[in-house]
Design a protein around this ligand. Sequence first.
Ligand SMILES: *[C@@H]1O[C@H](CO)[C@@H](O)[C@H](O)[C@H]1NC(C)=O
Ligand SMILES: *[C@@H]1O[C@H](CO)[C@@H](O)[C@H](O)[C@H]1NC(C)=O
Ligand SMILES: *[C@@H]1O[C@H](CO)[C@@H](O)[C@H](O)[C@H]1NC(C)=O
Ligand SMILES: *[C@@H]1O[C@H](CO)[C@@H](O)[C@H](O)[C@H]1NC(C)=O
Length: 675
Amino acid sequence: MFWLGNRIPITSFLSTTLYLAAGELYIEELGSVLWTSGSATNGSTRSVAVLLNTGNFVVRDQINHSKVVWQSFDHPADALLPGAWLGLDVATGAHISLTLSKPPYHCTLVIDQSRKMGFVMSIDGHDHLGTFPDGMVTYEEGSLVRLNYPENPNDIQFMRLHMGQVSLLRWVNNATITGWQPLWSYPSSCKISAFYCGAFSACTSAGTCACIDGFRPSDPDEWRLGQFVSGCSRIIPSDCEDGISTDSFVLLDNVQGLPANPQDTREETSEDCQVACLNQCYCVAYSYDLSGCKIWYDVLLNLTFGNSAIHHAKISMRIAHGKRQQGRIQHVMLVIGPIVVGLLIMLVIFWVYKISSRQTKVDDFLAVYTYTQLKRATRNFSDKLGEGGFGSVFKGTVAGPTAVAVKKLKSFGHRDKQFRAEVQTLGLIQHTNLVRLFGFCSEGARRLLVYEYMPNGSLDSHLFSSGTSVLSWSLRRRIAIGIAKGLSYLHEECRDCIIHCDIKPENILLDAEFCPKIADFGMAKLLRRDMSTALTTLRGTIGYLAPEWVYGQPITHKADVYSFVVVLLELFSGRRATGNGNHQYFPLYAAAKVNEGDVLCLLDGRLRGEGNAKELDVACRVACWCIQDDEIHRPSMGQVVRMLEGAVDVELPPIPTSFQNIMDEGDSGTYSAEV
Ligand SMILES: *[C@@H]1O[C@H](CO)[C@@H](O)[C@H](O)[C@H]1NC(C)=O
Ligand SMILES: *[C@@H]1O[C@H](CO)[C@@H](O)[C@H](O)[C@H]1NC(C)=O
Ligand SMILES: *[C@@H]1O[C@H](CO)[C@@H](O)[C@H](O)[C@H]1NC(C)=O
Ligand SMILES: *[C@@H]1O[C@H](CO)[C@@H](O)[C@H](O)[C@H]1NC(C)=O
């Protein structure tokens, strides 16, 4: 962040304004001022606010441009753009430094006046003295230090402080790698501060970061470029809900010192300590020794592995089920190994035979299957689960035996390498509400994707077909929130944001517990190079498309927000939003009912009135916000999640005018016009 106000979060971008009055900037939300620049000129000059090409946002005199009354470069947060400065500003007396606050941790970088090119980086109160390399910064009058512009004007660079490390970063984007590459970092070895290894990663005796067992880099490109900020994530997700968990623990016994921020608890035995951790889904590790029971929540940071046998702490890491079984097999092997060597050799031979006959290799994190394997796994593609725009889906079984859904993609002009690269990025995207990609096959012109199998099929089969059991109100609400969370993850939390572009009940799958999982994400991206294919396939689901699709405007993630709402309304009403028998455009009809205060009539008849009127009203209000004409008025999926969960109040939205027009033109059926 190159500039930070006062850390008071804006809760609703829909009702927030930034304005300039008498030389002072204001951020105002719903009439109350959240932040001011405190630079009032009392009308003595006429001021303007300008965002300069350097990235500096300045308030200055309209005529004399060198009279600057306020500028964002004087208030950096944790990052510095070329041309920006740090240190003591003699003119104003302000000390300008970089700060990073991730409670409970705090990290700052302050210019050290006593040493040439020196600075002090302080991590949670521990100071480390560093120096900038030659050519990176320039001393200005007083003691301001300015970050130099890159030598090559085409380079994009900036300096960033993250937890435990400061780096000068350059953007690289070539055929093999995309991301920020560190040109210089302090410290350069994690032995000085293991914080920068990120979550669930540890500093090894060689001074580099490595994921702990059962974890892998959250962002492999970042690791390849030599930064570890985003740390590691679980290979097998932890299985824990409402304190009920099948996870187990593995012991790390070569840890030097304990990771940062343990919480002491009163458990008095090792077993109680373990149970206390297991029963709390956010607990990631525990340690029990003479000083008692310590528990870590959410993340492990500042972890260092030692190479000598002294002063080692023991930590038990929470590990998901799959990992534990692997660990057991290995243990058993160690015990029986010396006794029955012959048997072991036979076993190995058997394994080698089995592996070579399977020929499955793992390409980074995804399994790569041969076409023959998948043909066998699906018994020659005999059990068809469905057919969509991108191809047909078949049920199959792969080694395990794990039930999978194999999607045979219709051929599209993708080179093998491109396809692999795209699929690899999809494989990294994992969330409870997204269908998990296990692997793929790319052979000749054949492209297949292997997904986890969802026993309860797609949402549409439960909503619109008679003969299935009726989904209860609370289940529907849970499904709605789940879909919203999945989308919010795709839009806001993944590294490369993904617009789904085809949200509809057919693409929402339900697992054995009816937890919703979004399917087909990333397809639009996979097909990006052949947009005409994407448009042809999407034509079928036009009822879910936002107006900007129809009018040919650029698509943003707000298009998904729009489609989500159509699904939301269908979920609660049990009716298709478009198509047979609907004389009115359904989202608009719902909007009108919200305004009339009569939402219960929207409820699915099969529920026989068994719904929660208040929750339904909230959902309908959210729906109405999401179909606003101008996409900037539609909330983000993150905001939608909070609204649906009841964490924020939802005002009564206006009825969108374009739908009013569509209504006036008569039948809503005409809405399915040309793309
Ligand atoms: C601005 O004007 C008000 C009222 O005239 C005065 O009280 C205040 O001191 C002035 N502030 C500055 C910064 O000149
Ligand atoms: C413009 O403002 C600067 C800084 O306040 C001042 O030094 C300079 O004399 C001003 N120039 C004119 C033409 O007024
Ligand atoms: C891509 O950039 C990286 C980092 O700068 C470099 O090591 C690599 O050689 C580049 N690859 C190509 C194909 O240019
Ligand atoms: C981080 O780890 C180092 C080395 O083990 C230790 O000296 C330091 O106190 C730790 N910092 C925090 C905040 O736990």
